[in-house]
Design a protein. Structure first.
Length: 152
């Protein structure tokens, strides 16, 4: 069966995305003992209602195997341009070989460009295969992010 790529909305994907979010969190989250996964679904719905949230999915048949979620807004430094920043991007490990990840990103790029987005920013954990993919897709490494747990 082949993978299909589409834009979806919270109403259609929320139930399917929850188990993948858990897998994603287990794989990449830091400070798991102190910071538990607890998405603010109301905030996601608000962003979607405002036209800022875009959810792109990869499915094999009816099964969700990956997602790429972005939030678009005018940049506070560059008010003439609409920027989209990824909220989360995930592809189940067994689908990471081949071009599924590239196709998911390219699908999102096409839609976001048509929607007037000037720049797509993808923040991700350092991961050599994924870094190579982003460079192959002509993304530029622009900064590093550091984190420190300050509370319990």
């Amino acid at each position: 069966m082949s993978i299909t790529y589409q834009q979806e909305f919270l109403l259609t994907v929320e139930k399917d995305i929850k188990p993948l979010l858990e897998e994603h969190w287990l794989e990449v989250a830091t400070n798991k003992q102190a910071i538990k996964l607890n998405p603010d679904w109301e905030a996601y719905h608000t962003l979607e209602d405002q036209g800022m949230l875009h959810i792109f999915t990869a499915r094999e048949g009816e099964t969700l195997v990956g997602y790429f979620v972005t939030i678009s807004r005018k940049h506070i430094h560059y008010k003439d341009h609409l920027f989209a920043a990824n909220d989360v991007i995930y592809l189940k490990p067994e689908y990471r070989k081949g071009f599924a990840g590239a196709r998911l990103i390219k699908y999102a790029e096409k839609f976001l460009k048509e929607d007037g987005v000037s720049v797509l920013v993808i923040n991700t954990k350092r991961n050599k295969p994924f870094d190579k993919l982003l460079l192959w897709l002509k993304y530029k490494h622009i900064e590093n992010v550091y984190s420190k747990l300050l509370g319990d």
